[in-house]
Ligand binder design. Structure first.
Ligand code: ADE
Length: 285
């Protein structure tokens, strides 16, 4: 059982999404709980305000330290069962980037507090007092931390045993062994003239497995070459990768040569055109 506590100004966003689909089923089955806590409920401001202008000027508003810190203390009281200071994550584009490896580490926690910012961010003193880890879901800026918190919940929760149908399905897929997933096919055998690869219809499990691994290796090399160096490969697979690299670099050389030939041919044509034009100019002149 893993408990997520989400500190937010928009609890309805968190509730609406986590009630559906696989995460909703995991909640119903008691494998996870998702508790959205409204930061606004903790403001001491009589107009229920939670933000103010930034000191030093500048655009936008900043979330005040008081409601955020008081809300966090209250949430710690709600969890409190296990860790004295539950792991708290502030979703921010300035944080460490969320990866599958980080998700695996987070999935070992029994409870996680997720803090969602809004406007131009949160008063730094609240973050200091809370001692939150900052986590980003990518190099782009969103309007708030709710979508990143949901992304984190989704990728962590699916790693918890029982959340996905078969336990293996969380393992055999993209990023396992640092490889991308192989292509998948389902019925019909032919669709719009495109056939399912023969090998998948052969019923020969060992060959299917080998083909899938090779597809994963090729995809990773072509689409995410930054990952291929970290891939966990057998000796045979290493050789396959080496041959694949050789083949691709040969193809690239050939393509470049053809490109050069085409460029030369073009140059030749241009020269021809120019001499023709010059000749024409001279005769006309
Ligand atoms: N809040 C706004 N943008 C974000 C991002 N890219 N990751 C995490 N939190 C954010």
């Amino acid at each position: 059982m893993m408990d997520f506590y989400v500190m937010t100004l928009f609890p309805e966003m968190i509730e609406a999404w986590t009630d559906g689909s696989i995460i909703g089923r995991a909640k119903k089955n008691g494998l996870i709980s998702v508790n959205a806590v409204n930061i606004r409920d903790y403001t001491e401001n009589k107009h229920q305000r939670v933000d103010d202008y930034p000191y030093g000027g500048g655009a936008g508003m900043v979330m005040q330290a008081q409601p955020v810190f008081d809300c966090w203390k209250a949430v710690c009281g709600m969890t409190g069962k296990r860790a004295e200071r539950p792991r708290t994550i502030y979703l921010s584009p300035q944080g460490k980037q969320l990866t599958q490896e980080m998700a695996l580490s987070l999935a070992k926690e029994e409870e996680l507090i997720l803090l969602c910012g809004h406007y131009e961010g949160i008063d730094e003193r609240a973050l200091e007092l809370i001692g939150a880890e900052e986590v980003s879901i990518g190099d782009y800026v969103l309007t708030g931390g709710e979508l990143p918190a949901l992304v984190l919940i989704d990728c962590v929760a699916r790693l918890i045993p029982g959340v996905l149908g078969g336990d293996e399905s969380a393992l055999i897929e993209s990023f396992h062994d640092n490889l991308l997933e192989y292509p998948q096919y389902t019925r019909p055998e032919v669709y719009e003239g495109l056939s399912v690869p023969e090998i998948l219809l052969s019923g020969h499990h060992a060959n299917v497995e080998k083909w899938r691994r090779r597809q994963s290796i090729e995809r990773t090399l072509l689409r995410r070459p930054d990952l291929i160096g970290e891939a966990v490969l057998s000796k045979k697979e290493q050789r396959f990768l080496w041959e694949l690299k050789e083949r691709l670099s040969k193809e690239e050389d050939e393509a470049n040569e053809n490109g050069e030939c085409e460029a030369k041919a073009c140059e030749g044509l241009e020269e021809e055109k120019q001499t023709e034009a010059e000749a024409k100019f001279q005769t006309e002149g």
